[in-house]
Design a binder for this molecule. Structure first.
Ligand code: ZN
Length: 54
């Protein structure tokens, strides 16, 4: 279990997460990137530009 980088809510992953995966916090909706799988740690995922890659 790890904490949301935005609101501090406990996040328990039901499946194994790998580094680089993006999960959404159920409490605040923030997108969190897995920066470490063991121990599990999250960081806020960078906002993607709306016009990115178009
Ligand atoms: Zn949160």
């Amino acid at each position: 279990m790890a904490e949301c980088a935005e609101c501090g809510a406990d996040i328990s992953a039901e499946v194994a997460l790998e580094e680089g995966e993006i999960v959404e916090c159920e409490e605040c909706g923030a997108e969190l990137e897995v920066i470490s799988a063991d121990p599990l740690e999250f960081a806020l995922a960078p906002d993607e530009e709306e016009d990115w890659g178009e």
